[in-house]
Ligand binder design. Structure first.
Ligand code: FMN
Length: 272
């Protein structure tokens, strides 16, 4: 897929068009990102999984600790069970490949213990942040790689709805949990999706110091733009502010994730 820089920026920012003065093929691909939830049923070409993982492992890693793993699921029955643990999201079972991105302390722990060393460092929240940042960078590298091959995908945060049952489903050792999933497949041309507009850069980009004031006018304009996008896609027309508000209302929207701290403790994470 190719696109003109101005058109792609227009799709992302609408009227807040900026002049694209620098450009590259990677940027062109990134600006075309959209979550894809409808796939052709066919398996991915041989070698695809391995090259996606090579892209993922090429991401930087804090101190090169590589505190992550990825579990590739193609078994239909397992995808079915995982989809049921994620609020019945059909795209999980319909994707030819479902990747589970794992924060994994167990390998580092085993290496340190084999050397007769203490592993107290793994007990700190900081180490969880390290693992989460690393696995996010790796996964997004895989997503960009998949998109560059004409594939599409969507992240599945709902893998944390029942983080203990997901861990059991894929036989994770103590000290490991699935941070999120990722469906990957060839986009179904009969059900295309479009580039979703984002907040204007005037809201998210700061120079030198942070402007703490919320620009409600810019957000109102974005609400309008996102609502128009949602309408064009046949989605619920709720804009952005209402979606944020609904998401923040508390345990009512957490779908099990309100128990994450306790469940992670059960999986061996101390988080002090
Ligand atoms: C960490 C993460 C978790 C997500 N979880 C889900 C999910 O469980 N189900 C889903 O359909 N989309 C999920 N998404 C996709 C987002 O809804 C989507 O990225 C966002 O609405 C922006 O749309 P776009 O990706 O098409 O630009 C997730 C995205 C991220 C980054």
């Amino acid at each position: 897929m190719s696109g003109e820089p101005r058109e792609l920026l227009m799709a992302r920012y609408g009227a807040d068009l900026m002049e694209p003065r620098v450009w590259s093929q990677v940027i062109e691909s990134q600006l075309q990102h959209r979550s894809v939830r409808a796939y052709l049923p066919e398996a991915l070409p041989a070698g695809t999984l391995e090259i996606l993982v090579a892209a993922a492992q090429s991401a930087p890693s804090s101190s090169n600790l590589q505190l992550w793993d990825v579990v590739a699921v193609t078994d239909q029955a397992r995808k079915q069970r995982l989809s049921m643990l994620a609020d019945d999201q059909a795209h999980i079972r319909n994707a030819p490949l479902f990747l589970l991105w794992v924060v994994n302390f167990s390998r580092a722990e085993a290496v340190a213990k084999a050397a007769g060393r203490v592993v107290e460092g793994l007990e700190y929240l900081e180490m969880l942040v390290v693992g989460l940042v690393d696995v996010g960078l790796a996964a997004q590298n895989a997503m960009v790689a998949a998109e560059s091959l004409g594939l599409g995908g969507v992240y599945i945060g709902a893998m944390r709805d029942h983080v203990d049952q997901v861990a059991a489903e894929i036989a994770l050792p103590p000290g490991a949990f699935v941070a999120f999933g990722m469906c990957v497949g060839k986009p179904d041309p009969a059900r295309p999706t479009a580039v979703k507009p984002r907040l204007p850069q005037s809201v998210v980009l700061h120079h030198e110091q942070f402007r703490a004031q919320t620009d409600f006018d810019a957000i109102a304009a974005y609400d309008e733009r996102l609502t128009a996008f949602q309408k064009s896609q046949g989605m619920a027309e709720i804009g952005w502010s209402r979606m944020v508000t609904s998401r923040l209302r508390g345990a009512g929207y957490m779908k099990g994730r309100e128990h994450l701290r306790a469940l992670l403790a059960g999986l061996g994470f101390k988080l002090r």
